[in-house]
Design a protein around this ligand. Structure first.
Ligand SMILES: C[S@@+](CC[C@H](N)C(=O)[O-])C[C@H]1O[C@@H](n2cnc3c(N)ncnc32)[C@H](O)[C@@H]1O
Length: 238
């Protein structure tokens, strides 16, 4: 699997950190009462893994992260925390290739569903329908746009570390049915002078709430809104 974050990993983890200030509370709320094991799908550098560990005390956590670059951030974050080191297992495969526990207490897929094409999404919903334990739950978020449309460039991050300031810019363009291409620009300023600029692009499969409901329904799964964009997915027979 190609590592789409190979060149941007150094920026991605620090730039996604502020978003977790908003995502952490609804995720923790949605996980209330679940038991382990909990799978963190595309754990990235582990901001969400940390939220899961606090929200579901003592649960085993399986953090799946195929990007070697982001996985090294994740392993470091897990290793440096005594609270995480003993119960987080990091797997290097993609979700659909990873060997997961047979019964799953919860599956968390934050900021990641767009990496899966429609056929792969069906495999994920099937996995949830078959392997979520009774009372188990998945939590996921959908990010705009919900349709394959152009998104004008905007600054999505501005982080100062020491004498350097890191800006992240994003724009998207349609790339076919259900798909957009994100174009990311990362600019590094040293004492406010441009020192470096990196451009990367990756594909993203868009998904609307309506489409999500239809797809989940086909697998006996029901989504409930936790807060705008964040969904708790339960088995219909739960
Ligand atoms: C935008 S990052 C989000 C990281 C993390 N969930 C967060 O919110 O901080 C998307 C993550 O999905 C991972 N990913 C991409 N394809 C994947 C797949 N097939 N299985 C599991 N993870 C995948 C990427 O490597 C990346 O870490």
């Amino acid at each position: 699997m190609a590592d789409q974050y190979e060149r941007s990993a150094e920026f991605v983890d620090v730039m996604i950190a502020p978003h977790w200030a908003a995502l952490g509370p609804p995720l923790a709320k949605a996980l209330r009462g679940v038991t382990g094991p909990v799978v963190d799908v595309g754990a990235g550098g582990g901001h969400g893994t940390r939220v899961i560990a606090e929200a579901v005390p003592a649960a085993e956590i399986v953090a799946v992260e195929p990007s070697p670059a982001l996985r090294s951030v994740l392993l470091t974050r897990v290793h440096e925390s005594a609270a995480l080191r003993d119960r987080v297992t990091v797997l290097p495969e993609g979700l659909l290739e990873a060997k997961l526990p047979q019964r799953l207490g919860a599956v968390v897929a934050m900021n990641v569903i767009g990496h899966f094409d429609p056929a792969a999404r069906q495999e994920i919903w099937a996995l949830l329908g078959e392997r979520l334990a009774p009372g188990g739950r998945a939590v996921l978020n959908l990010q705009p746009p919900a349709e394959p449309v152009a998104v004008p460039e905007s600054r999505m991050a501005d982080v100062r570390i020491g004498r350097r300031r890191y800006e992240g810019w994003a724009r998207a363009e349609p790339a076919g049915p259900g798909r957009i291409t994100w174009h990311m620009t990362y600019r590094t300023y040293h004492d406010d002078r441009l020192a470096d600029e990196l451009q990367v692009a990756y594909d993203w499969w868009v998904l609307s709430e309506q489409r999500l409901k239809v797809e989940l329904d086909g697998h006996g799964l029901v989504p409930a809104l936790v807060e705008p964009g964040v969904y708790a997915v339960d088995r219909g027979d739960a």
